[in-house]
Design a protein around this ligand. Sequence first.
Ligand code: UDP
Ligand code: MG
Length: 318
Amino acid sequence: MEREKEQILYVVIPCYNEQEVLPETSKRLLEKMTSLIDRGMISGESKIMFVNDGSRDRTWEMIENLHDSNPIYLGVKLSRNRGHQNALLGGLMTAKEYADMVISMDADLQDDIDVVDQFVEKYYEGCEIVYGVRSARDTDTIFKKYTAEGFYKIINMMGGEVIPNHADYRLMSRRALEELENYKEVNLFLRGIVPMIGFKTDVVTYERQKRFAGESKYPLKKMLALAVDGITSLSIKPIRFIVFLGMFIFVCSIAMLIYSLVQHFLGNTSIGWTSLIVSIWAIGGLQLLAIGVIGEYIGKIYLETKERPKYIIERVLR
Ligand code: UDP
Ligand code: MG
C-alpha cells in the first residue's frame, strides 16, 4: 500500500556529552532536512530532535541555542543519565506524538545520513519499519568488529531475532511506535524488541564511518552490559542449558557411584583422593555458575516487578 507524500519526519538523536560533534551534526542534518523538504519528500513540519541524556558538558546549552536559532531543532532533556537505549526510547515516544515517521541515529553521524532518503522512500512504499544495516566494518577497530560479530552470533544461537549488523539506525512509522509502547519491559534491548513488532519491513545497507570527533560513549563495560542484557532479555536458553548440564552431571554421578561401589567390593577403598578433589571443584564451580545465571534472571524479574519509569523527561523544547 502506497502512502501519500510529504508526511512529517522526526529525526531522534540521543546525546551524551556530545559537545564536540553537535555543531557539525546539527549542520549536516539541517542540510539533509532542507533538501528533503525542498524536494517535497517530507513535510515542512519535520524536525530534528536531540535528547540530552544527562550530559555533564555543554551539550544541553548547545541544544537550547540551536532551538533558539532555528525551530526545526527540538530538545528533550532527561532528568539524568539513563543510558543510550532509554534516552532513545524517551525521544521516540515524545516524537511519536507529532510525527508520522521517526528515524533514530547516533550523534556522531557514524551512520551515513544520505541513507535517510532511502528510509523515507521505503516508508512511502508502505514499510512500517526500515532497518539500517552496515555493509562493512572497516572503520571499526578489529576488537570491536569481532566482539560485535560474536555478539550477533550468540544472540541468534540463543534464539533472539536480531538483524545482524543493525544497531539503532532505523525508521519507524507512528503505527510501529505505538506498538513498541506496549512492550512494557524495563530491561530494554530495542534491537531485539523491534523485530518482534512485525508488519512490512525492509533493510537498507550503508557503510559505517568513523566517529569524526569526541570519544565513544560505549566503553567495553557498557558494551558487555548491553550484550548480557540483550541475551537475557530475549532468551531463557541459558537456564535451559543449565538444566541439561545438571542432568548430565547427575548421570555422571550415578556412574561414579557404581564405580565406587565396585571398587569398594573389590577392596580398593583407599583410592579416590584425586577424584574427590576434582569433583568438589568441578561441581562447586558448576553450581556457582548455575546460580549466577539464574541470579541474572531473578535480578531482571526483580527490576521488572518494580515497574519503575525508564526515563523522566525534565523539559521539552518546542
Ligand atoms: N549515548 C547516550 N547515553 C549514554 C551513552 C551513549 O545517549 O549513556 C549516545 C551517544 O551520545 C551517541 C549514541 O548513544 O549518540 C552512541 O554512542 P557512541 O557513538 O559513543 O557508541 P559507539 O558508536 O562507539 O558504539
Ligand atoms: Mg558512535
